[in-house]
Design a protein around this ligand. Sequence first.
Ligand SMILES: Cc1cc2nc3c(=O)[nH]c(=O)nc-3n(C[C@H](O)[C@H](O)[C@H](O)COP(=O)(O)OP(=O)(O)OC[C@H]3O[C@@H](n4cnc5c(N)ncnc54)[C@H](O)[C@@H]3O)c2cc1C
Length: 326
Amino acid sequence: MANGILIFGEVRGGHLKPITRELITAANQLSQAGGGPVSLALVGEGVDAALGEAKALPVSKVYTAKHALLAHYSSQGYAAALSEVVKTSGANVVLFGATTEGRDLSARAAARCNAALFADCTELSLQNGALRVKRPVYSGKVYAELESTAPIAFASIRPNVFVPVSGAGTAEVTDVPVQIDDSMVRGHVKEVVQTASGTKDLTEAEIIVSGGRSLKSSENFAILEDLAKTLHATVGASRAAVDAGYRPHSYQVGQTGKVVNPKLYIAVGISGAIQHLVGMRTSKVIVAINKDENAPIFQKADYGIVGDLFDVVPKVNEEFKKLLGT
Ligand SMILES: Cc1cc2nc3c(=O)[nH]c(=O)nc-3n(C[C@H](O)[C@H](O)[C@H](O)COP(=O)(O)OP(=O)(O)OC[C@H]3O[C@@H](n4cnc5c(N)ncnc54)[C@H](O)[C@@H]3O)c2cc1C
């Protein structure tokens, strides 16, 4: 195992997603264990801005796979293009962010490359040249350690697990020709519309402020939006809040919502039902605000405030504003 590690460079709004630097840290660990050089794949139509960013990353090579039919993400089109890059690079480990796009693409591209696939990994290593990963299973109750026996292994990496690599480089660029036709991008995305500008997706957010049924209305979520604005955080919700129509389903954290892994999770007026906990219990620091001192969320929380959220949240927000000078 020394043919190299390839990272799929996910692009959003023309720019590389921040998780790219986390993936380089993960790839460097494998490289230092004899995994070979680290390179990056860029797939799209015009990837100029992202290419400028990619060339300045500490990787040895950047491969581009460009085609007019790759203007928007399509799993078939991108998988076909990425497979060509995998072949050209000769890499035998390919890493993705465990984002919506990364999970979708890694599965289809792994099938095309006849590769093993490990999803949502939190640790990677090489054991006698084979990729070994650790990943949470059974809603995060236990970790499974798995080892690849296939010649090529794909892995998606959970956001906010690896420290983003610092530093810069001057990577060499190789264009990889791709053969794509209309049949491969049937039903593809025509337009991408951003819903909330400036906020990160829940699965990638470093700070999340989540609200529960206790918010009582959609309008009352404004106090959480205000706190989130101060902290540059993303707002989430419990299923009860979503079912009550206070927030759309895309905000839901938990078993039937999103699994998140932020550095800080602030649960506001959320009881801490097991179905909610499985979606956020790997958060690095959990803060709970609840008026019931016996609420189960306090058993998981690192810090707790017992009080009425309508009093506490604005006060907490004011204190953060003073501390952060905003
Ligand atoms: C199959 C299945 C899947 C599910 N999937 C999910 C999921 O993905 N995500 C999810 O979240 N849930 C999920 N649930 C639902 C879950 O069981 C709980 O019902 C839900 O999480 C409760 O949401 P909540 O904490 O907002 O509401 P509640 O349980 O009603 O809790 C409200 C909390 O707010 C506190 N509170 C009330 N007023 C105030 C106030 N003014 N100030 C401070 N605190 C206050 C209360 O003390 C209480 O602790 C699922 C359930 C099932 C059966």
